[in-house]
Ligand binder design. Sequence first.
Ligand SMILES: Cc1cc2nc3c(=O)[nH]c(=O)nc-3n(C[C@H](O)[C@H](O)[C@H](O)COP(=O)(O)OP(=O)(O)OC[C@H]3O[C@@H](n4cnc5c(N)ncnc54)[C@H](O)[C@@H]3O)c2cc1C
Length: 342
Amino acid sequence: MKILENYSLLAHNSFKLNVKTRWFVEYESESDLQKLLRDEYFFSQAFWHIGNGCNLLFLSDFNGIIVHSGIRGIEKIAEDADSITLKVGAAEMMDDLIRQCVEQGWGGIENLSLIPSEVGASAFQNIGAYGVEAGDCIEEVHAYAVKTGEKRIFSRAECQFAYRHTFFKKPEERGLHYITHVVYKLSKKPVFKLDYGNLRSTLEGKAITLQTVREAVIAIRKSRLPDPEVLGNAGSFFLNAYVCKLHFEALHKQYPDMPHFFEPEKTDDGKEIVKIPAAWLIDQCGLKGKTLGGAAVYEKNPLVLVNQNNATADDIVHLAEEIRATVEAKFGIELSPEVNYI
Ligand SMILES: Cc1cc2nc3c(=O)[nH]c(=O)nc-3n(C[C@H](O)[C@H](O)[C@H](O)COP(=O)(O)OP(=O)(O)OC[C@H]3O[C@@H](n4cnc5c(N)ncnc54)[C@H](O)[C@@H]3O)c2cc1C
């Protein structure tokens, strides 16, 4: 187990804020984790488990214990003519896993190429892109309950995967389970999903293979999203907006060009739900390129807030608040942050 004191989290947050933690603990095995979850000092402190830090906003130094998994490894646990099942350590990077799967001809997660995420976080967050979500291919999530130290294997149904949402993200469950492994089931007969964004047009004239799809996704992402190593950011700062049909119709009269998608699910009281891209709402408010202190709305994609010039956490928070207030005043829609504030 690695234990470091007064440790800088600069390399562990993609906003590239120079925050510190009192303690940084990295467990390398399940038995290390079990030891940690029996430690009295641990429970006397504030603690928070992180992945690669690509969806986090540290509001200040962390006076407690930041926990990180060091569990790695990709193990083949089942195989038949159609599929392959892999048990993957939480600390593996998703894009390394995807690259290896694509090389082997195993399909299902190629549309998630280049999302900066550890495998543990891929299940915690249900990462998604280009019409595919991690939960589509996850069979099981292996985790330890923080309060009892007991191991629990969650089936796909128990993970409750939905748009950027899972059982682990529920407010009453958040932080209560540490994920050690994720079991991915991939197909040897891939079914390609190309109807999202400009994926199909990017592939025009090319043979459709796992490799060409992966390359197309990477090329599109590189043209739209800033590289956190160059310009600190946490990807989409806000979730897309969901409104009821009545609200949508009123807006649609005023903004006939508003992009919108009717959702298959309904509200608890049976009303239809319509998704409106948050990027469009922010763009319509003329906020692209807006700066506040060192923070800015990314010029090429208004859903992304960037650390343009030594931003502080306050700069980013205040810019996000201004965006929320402006969008709410114009459209009556309250945007929710996708990024985890710590
Ligand atoms: C440039 C860029 C592009 C992005 N594009 C996308 C995209 O297309 N789609 C998308 O869905 N996301 C996207 N994101 C967001 C981000 O990549 C995902 O949210 C990702 O899952 C974060 O992974 P991470 O390992 O950095 O986790 P962190 O940000 O460190 O943690 C995320 C959450 O997971 C929890 N967690 C992490 N590991 C564990 C574990 N082992 N056990 C228990 N809890 C854990 C943390 O407590 C935290 O609540 C993007 C981010 C960036 C910077």
